[in-house]
Design a protein around this ligand. Structure first.
Ligand code: TPP
Ligand code: MG
Length: 378
């Protein structure tokens, strides 16, 4: 199988804030008694002092547009029978792209099935991502020059793995961090709590993103747990917890960037709860009208993170209508190019199902591989 070189993700251009700045924003959040926010849904800049540079704002906007392009084209491809069942994430772009944009390609990313936007932001090639959701082995392996794990389907298992990767980096003496994603539902699993305790006790350079999108399939967060502020769970493990507006990409980037810098400087782990909403069905095969109202979804559609930043960029003159249209065209062309590449991948062969399980296959896998090939030959 061919492996494509991925270019390094450009480092965020804003200077990294000192660790104390994190404490300042955590305090600001506590004082507000609510979520950390920079850009309110109505377009008001509520924390001008925390605004990233104009270039960084456009960079974040482009990443969200790339993610949305994947999500929207993904639906069409699914209906055309050209993509398998995949979990859409439209409406959660700020929660995924703003957080992942705080990493460089030397860092680790542990995404769940929902987090295509985060993986694309860190540089996972679109073609490889399409291959994953086509259940093709071309999408199963971690690219050689990128530490993005394949999308985790078993809930919460990625959290302890991320702590292990973070501790390995610390032992090697690097400044690299591990970022792991989880959902509100996943945060009720034992692995979530064990990982937070483990990371706190050993001061692992880990950033935990808890995407509270209101639902775990058909179970609302309010049924899932009696806790009303999931970021407060961090307190129980002696680590900082921040609750952020998950539909405000300027806020998710700001808070995550501080947590990443803190982890790099030996400050240990952070839990970030991004408050967002899954406006789309659980997967393209789910029917949410069976468990929630259209009014609820409509309320959140109004808080669309991509439109929120777009309006801000246009209003501030950071982007003109023409530049915006050009950016959208570039993003669309990039996707179609990647789709062509994915379409050109050769069909997988049966034995490839075992190829990416271990670096060195175990004796049992070697035996099973021979069995599969013998069955195919017969
Ligand atoms: C260990 C395990 N248990 C159950 C499931 C079935 N399952 C798939 S998605 C899901 C809900 C997860 O909800 P949440 O963590 O909030 O993530 P979201 O889908 O909202 O992104 C469940 C229970 C699973 N994949 N793995
Ligand atoms: Mg959820």
């Amino acid at each position: 199988m061919t492996r494509k070189k991925t270019s390094k993700t450009p480092a965020p251009d804003a200077p990294a804030p000192a660790p104390d700045a994190f404490q300042a924003s955590a305090a600001a959040y506590d004082a507000a008694g609510d979520m950390f926010q920079i850009l309110a849904p109505d377009g008001t800049v509520v924390r001008p002092e925390a605004l990233p540079s104009p270039e960084q704002r456009v960079h974040l906007y482009r990443q969200m547009r790339r993610a949305r392009q994947f999500d929207e084209r993904g639906w069409v491809l699914y209906r055309q029978g050209r993509l398998g069942v995949f979990p859409p994430f439209g409406g959660m772009e700020a929660s995924q792209c703003g957080t992942a944009a705080a990493l460089t390609s030397d860092d680790w990313l542990f995404p769940t099935y929902r987090d295509t936007g985060a993986a694309l932001t860190l540089g996972l090639p679109i073609a490889r991502t399409l291959a994953y959701w086509r259940t093709s082995p071309h999408g199963w392996a971690m690219p050689e020059n990128l530490k993005v794990l394949p999308f985790y389907i078993p809930i919460a298992t990625q959290y302890p793995h991320a702590v292990g990767a973070a501790l390995a980096e610390a032992r090697k003496g690097t400044k690299n961090v591990a970022m792991a994603f989880i959902g509100d539902g996943g945060s009720s699993e034992g692995d979530f709590h064990e990982a937070l305790n483990f990371a706190g006790a050993l001061n692992a350079p880990c950033v935990f993103i808890l995407q509270n999108n209101g639902w775990a399939i058909s179970v609302p967060t309010s049924t899932q747990t009696k806790a009303t502020n999931l970021s407060k769970r961090a307190e129980g493990y002696g680590i900082p917890g921040v609750r952020v507006d998950g539909n405000d990409v300027l806020a998710t980037w700001h808070v995550t960037n501080e947590a990443v810098q803190r982890a790099r400087q030996g400050g240990g782990p952070t839990l970030i709860e991004t408050v967002t909403y899954r406006v789309k069905p659980h997967t393209v095969a789910d029917d949410p009208s069976r468990y929630r109202t259209e009014e609820e979804t409509a309320k959140w559609t109004e808080k669309d993170p991509v439109v929120r930043l777009q309006q801000h960029l246009l209003k501030e003159g950071i982007l003109t209508e023409e530049q915006d249209a050009a950016l959208l065209a570039e993003v669309a062309a990039e996707f179609e190019e990647a789709l062509k590449e994915a379409d050109a991948y050769p069909d997988p062969t049966p034995a490839e199902i075992l190829d990416h399980v271990f670096a060195e296959p175990t004796p049992n896998l070697v035996k099973q591989r021979a069995q599969i090939l013998a069955e195919v030959d017969a």
